[in-house]
Design a binder for this molecule. Structure first.
Ligand SMILES: Cc1ncc(C[n+]2csc(CCOP(=O)(O)OP(=O)(O)O)c2C)c(N)n1
Ligand code: SF4
Ligand code: SF4
Ligand code: SF4
Length: 694
């Protein structure tokens, strides 16, 4: 522990005991406690115990799941009930809770009980508090006013002391506040080896928390760099001696390890050493805090240096969704983050209730932020059941305001005031602007800036209103985000209705195949044979094929994407945004509810694709208009079986333990169902546009 905004593994006080999960043993721990904690222990005459739950969890194969270790240690020191009885009851509960997951898991948890009993150590408490570490609770100096006065105290757990007047009158809170939390929850965090890195961007793409970033910049920017700041020559054509840095936000990183696991580069000398490697986080905090500050203040990468339509290019764009409180390794957030990288400067997000509304906008902080010039996404959460309609409302309001602004601009063309003199070319250019690329949108912004300067002095009757609406002359991208519970079930009627209006909205469904936020209830997206809440005997019905249903309209852009193929995700998002009509992207989103290792979850995504369970495709109505087949399959015919995919996930494996016969029957039926679906997609993709085979 050290002086941080929020202390991970914060001491648990029980009666007169304090039990701390700590990497420091009984002889080492005292100076690592903040002074205030030391004094509290002394004043309250607490008996103080430590245990290195994380090390023990790793040794027995449970990783960070240390609840049983800590629970047993609690019973050992608390004497609430006789320890033999406690152990017996914990072990009975382990059998009840984990036997579905297999004998190995039961054994590991039984071992966790044993190590919890053996390793809890009592600390001899000194008589004085002599720590040099001060807690930062209440210390929000240097942060924006709302953070200092309102959000900071809530983050510190002191929200109930706030007066009503501390709340904003209009309910509006500033964006970009997740960056102030500095949760410091990672035990280990990635460390970059600049000599090995090939600058591919995969680590940044898969990171659910936007805590690993890349930039290319001029060498002169390094003049004031902190001593430990790392950089290397930027790879690629026409880099002209520029530098590249991969920076980790170690205090915001969750330590999920997904970046390191997916890094494709290993050292020739030591295959365990990659271009990024997990290392203990605490010793890195101070240096990396300074390095991150320096990195964030570097100019963003010049867009002329890269192609944002590629995996690497997309990761050189600043994310406008960062440091969310989603689970470590979450499979939804990389899609939200990517969406913010590609369209953040002009996007409006209507967010259905679900995990994405909780990690997206839960007080006291929000991960939605802006780029350096202050442009960023507008975000709001509506109800679970009306989110598509909510987003449709955004579209209607934008279109109407744009239409009105254009009418005003046409009228304003006739203005002959001194300020407007010579501006008709500029005004016409705004009306005629092609805004089909980011560069063209930025050009339009430049023109609107000039227009606003003119309107500020213009005496025409349209000037005031046009000034207020001028920003609507730039293209906006409407996104409707939500989970499968929303899109397939509860919000489906509205979603279907909105898609059928032909409106230019982009829908991103993060398909975790269950209602994740409320604990994993089955939805119509849950596959047959998977176990979920309300489907304890395995889901009996096949997964609804939302993509196929939507394609039948013919004029809706539809794509199915997965982190198994990052390039395809980027392509689909850009195509959806560019399509002047409704778009639906269904993103395979791994989740803790799947019973998988979240560090290596992209492997599960790959197996889902390679087994034909989750075919990747894009259905683009514009191709039909060109006489081509609108459906393009982006994944190959299955190279592994459905069982090869499903058997690696607890949600399918569980049924084999609890009801082997049922499992066999459902797994067989499910395998057949997904094979038939893949075949159908393949046939459709192979049809020529006039419905003959290609
Ligand atoms: C009408 C209504 N029913 C139920 C809920 C409770 N609820 C909130 S979030 C949620 C689950 C969301 O699941 P999903 O849409 O799949 O999103 P995920 O959490 O998986 O991202 C539920 C059931 C609600 N808010 N409103
Ligand atoms: S460990 Fe996880 S949260 Fe941390 S940088 Fe890597 S992917 Fe991101
Ligand atoms: S994944 Fe590995 S090689 Fe690629 S950018 Fe990240 S650290 Fe470098
Ligand atoms: S429950 Fe699943 S979808 Fe929700 S934040 Fe956790 S991993 Fe992500």
């Amino acid at each position: 522990m050290s002086a941080t905004r929020r202390q991970p593994g914060w001491p648990f006080f029980c009666f007169a005991n304090l039990r701390l999960n700590s990497p420091f043993n009984r002889d080492e721990v005292w100076p690592h406690l903040p002074k205030r904690v030391q004094q509290t222990i002394i004043d309250k005459k607490l008996k103080f115990f430590v245990i290195d739950g994380v090390k023990l969890g790793n040794e027995i194969g449970l990783g960070s799941r240390i609840n049983v270790i800590m629970q047993t240690a609690f019973f050992k020191i608390s004497n609430i009930i006789p320890i033999d009885q406690a152990v017996r009851e914990i072990k009975d509960a382990i059998v009840k809770s984990y036997s579905k997951a297999g004998e190995k898991v039961v054994n590991m948890n039984n071992q966790a009980v044993d190590v919890g009993l053996e390793n809890i150590q009592e600390v001899t408490v000194p008589t004085s508090a002599d720590s040099t570490i001060e807690m930062t609770i209440g210390q929000w100096a240097g942060t924006p006013d709302t953070v200092q006065n309102t959000l900071g105290p809530i983050i510190d757990g002191l929200g109930e002391n706030l007066p009503i007047s501390a709340m904003p009158d209009d309910g509006t809170f500033p964006t970009g506040t997740a960056m102030f939390e500095k949760r410091n929850i990672a035990i280990e965090t990635p460390v970059w080896d600049e000599e090995l890195c090939i600058q591919c961007g995969i680590c940044s793409f898969v990171c659910p928390h936007a805590t690993i970033r890349m930039k290319i910049y001029d060498e002169k920017e390094l003049a004031e760099a902190p001593e430990t700041f790392k950089s290397c020559a930027a790879r690629g054509k026409d880099m002209g001696g520029r530098k590249f840095t991969l920076q980790v936000a170690v205090e915001d990183c969750t330590g999920c390890g997904a970046c390191v696991y997916n890094c494709p580069v290993k050292s020739k000398e030591d295959e365990n050493h990659k271009a990024i490697n997990m290392q203990p986080q605490p010793p890195l905090r101070d240096t990396e805090r300074k390095n991150l500050d320096f990195f964030l203040n570097l100019p963003d990468t010049d867009p002329a240096l890269f192609n944002s339509a590629t995996l690497k290019g997309s990761q050189l764009l600043p994310p406008m969704f960062e440091f969310s409180g989603a689970c470590a390794g979450c499979g939804e957030t990389p899609f939200v983050k990517l969406c913010s990288q590609l369209f953040g400067d002009r996007m409006l997000v209507a967010n259905a209730t679900g995990c994405s509304s909780i990690y997206g906008g839960n007080l006291p902080s929000t991960p939605w932020t802006t780029r350096k010039d202050g442009l960023g996404p507008a975000w709001s959460n509506s109800l679970f059941e009306d989110n598509a309609e909510f987003g449709f409302g955004f579209r209607l309001a934008i279109d109407k305001t744009t239409e009105f602004a254009r009418e005003l601009l046409v009228k304003n063309m006739a203005c002959g005031c001194a300020a407007c003199k010579g501006s008709s070319e500029l005004k016409q250019a705004i009306l005629d602007a092609d805004q089909s690329s980011q560069a063209l949108i930025e050009e339009q912004r430049g023109r609107i800036k000039q227009l606003k300067a003119i309107l500020a002095k213009c005496t025409h009757e349209t000037a005031t209103q046009l000034l207020a609406d001028a920003d609507f002359l730039t293209k906006k991208s409407v996104w409707i985000h939500g989970g499968d519970g929303w899109a397939y079930d509860i919000g489906y009627g509205g979603l279907d209705h909105v898609l059928a209006t032909g409106a230019n909205v982009n829908v991103l469904v993060m398909d975790t195949e269950v209602y994740s936020n409320t604990g994993g209830q089955a939805s119509k997206a849950t596959p047959m044979a998977a176990v979920a809440q309300f489907a304890a005997g395995g889901k009996q019905m096949p997964k609804k094929d939302l993509a196929m249903m939507t394609m039948t309209y013919g004029n809706i852009y539809v794509a199915k994407v997965s982190m198994a193929n990052p390039g395809q995700v980027v392509k689909a998002m850009l195509e959806a945004d560019a399509y002047d009509g409704p778009s639906l992207i269904i993103a395979y989103s791994h989740c803790i509810a799947h019973g998988i290792n979240m560090t290596s979850a992209v492997d599960n995504c790959k197996r889902a694709v390679n087994s034909g369970y989750w075919p990747l495709f894009r259905f683009d109505p514009r191709l039909a208009a060109e006489g081509k087949n609108p459906l393009q399959l982006d994944s190959k015919a299955p190279s592994i079986s459905f069982e090869d995919f499903a058997n690696k996930e607890n949600r399918f494996r569980m049924l084999k333990k609890s009801n082997p016969e049922q499992a066999e029957q459902l797994m067989e039926a499910s395998a057949k169902d997904f094979a038939a679906r893949f075949e159908l997609y393949q046939k459709l993709a192979n049809l020529s546009a006039d419905c003959g085979t290609k």
